[in-house]
Write a protein that binds this ligand. Structure first.
Ligand SMILES: Cc1ncc(COP(=O)(O)O)c(C=O)c1O
Length: 333
């Protein structure tokens, strides 16, 4: 098959009539009516004036309620997880610092550290029955590091670690004295709720837990994320960085968040049910395509990472598009 590599794959697929290219690493976003069935009319309790949120306080209590052992004063509120990650990395990292990440990795977790001038070192998850973190490899990589970045439930594999592995990670961080940045944006989407981990912030005085409304809560339209830390200086410095970005959050968004988060369990259950339903369809497909894929089923979150054995994702994507839209490709010339 001829693949026109001159056209980036994204544009190529966009050009097919009838194909809506949607890339989202979140469950199907909530519809307004669906959410209203849980919290009541969306605008109830929303200020008439659509202003900025006050600098502190409005949602920190409901965010702290997502954890067993986090105080409202340990919560910083940001315009998304992306902003929280950027701000906290800017606040605690310096040029030349060593940062360890676990790969494959959601790339902004690497780029921000690289832009600061950090030396980013990767430790790969190992492929076995399930994705596995090699703690000895991690220990070796972490010598002299300033920050370890973890992300469980993991994007893109859907891997989880258990509590004893998290405790071992915390011990490794403690030995080195490094920050533990824990991207917990999919926390709540464990297929077996007993796998849910405490926040890194609850386990370690240098633990930094990041969460957001867009992922486990499936509400990307509500642009609120958070950073939880036991360290007041870090929270203050991260907020200072935010003052160069979004400055204040949206009052409207935060007022909705304060009403949504007390229903976290209901919302997570809806999302897990959707993800599992879709996963059944995907697994049926992948088991028929065993020759093409190596697949380790996810344990949590809404991402998984089938590995294409032929290693040419562009060609395979075009093949799929052609199977669905035979004849249309010719229009691309
Ligand atoms: C692992 C992970 N962390 C953080 C984010 C950022 O979330 P947001 O864009 O809602 O801030 C994403 C978004 O895809 C993600 O997948």
């Amino acid at each position: 098959m001829q693949v026109n590599h001159a056209i980036p794959l994204f544009e190529y697929l966009q050009a097919w009539p009838g194909i809506q290219y949607v890339h989202q690493s979140n469950p199907q976003p909530y519809r307004k009516a669906e959410l209203e069935a849980i919290i009541g009319p969306l605008c109830d309790g929303v200020d008439d004036e659509l202003g900025f949120a006050p600098g502190a306080g409005l949602v920190s209590e409901s965010i702290s309620g997502l954890y067993a052992d986090v105080m409202p004063g340990q919560v910083g509120v940001f315009a998304g997880a992306q902003e929280a990650t950027f701000c906290v990395m800017q606040a605690v990292l310096n040029k030349g610092d060593k940062v360890v990440v676990i790969t494959p990795v959601y790339s902004p977790l690497v780029f921000t550290a690289e832009q600061i001038g950090c030396d980013v070192v990767a430790v790969a998850l190992e492929r076995a029955e399930c994705w596995t973190l090699n703690l000895e490899a991690l220990r070796l990589a972490m010598q002299g590091c300033a920050m370890l970045v973890i992300n469980f439930p993991h994007n893109p594999t859907g891997a989880m670690i258990d509590l004893s592995t998290l405790e071992s990670i915390v011990s490794l961080c403690d030995e080195v004295g490094c920050w533990l940045l824990s991207d917990e944006v999919f926390r709540g989407l464990e297929y077996d709720a007993s796998l849910r981990l405490p926040g890194a912030v609850e386990q370690y005085d240098k633990g930094l837990s990041i969460g957001v409304m867009s992922k486990a809560f499936a509400m990307p339209a509500i642009r609120v994320g958070w950073l939880c830390s036991q360290n007041q200086r870090v929270l203050r410095d991260a907020k200072r960085v935010k003052s160069h970005l979004s400055i204040n959050n949206s009052l409207f968004d935060e007022q909705i968040v304060a009403r949504v988060l007390p229903h976290a369990n209901t919302i997570w259950q809806r999302n897990v049910a959707l993800v599992q339903k879709n996963l059944t369809v995907l697994e049926r497909y992948l088991s028929a395509e065993k020759a093409r894929f190596h697949f380790i089923p996810p344990q949590a979150g809404c991402c998984c990472f089938p590995i294409l054995k032929c290693r040419d994702a562009a060609e395979y994507s075009v093949l799929l598009a052609e199977q669905k839209q035979l004849g249309v490709r010719r229009q691309l010339g």
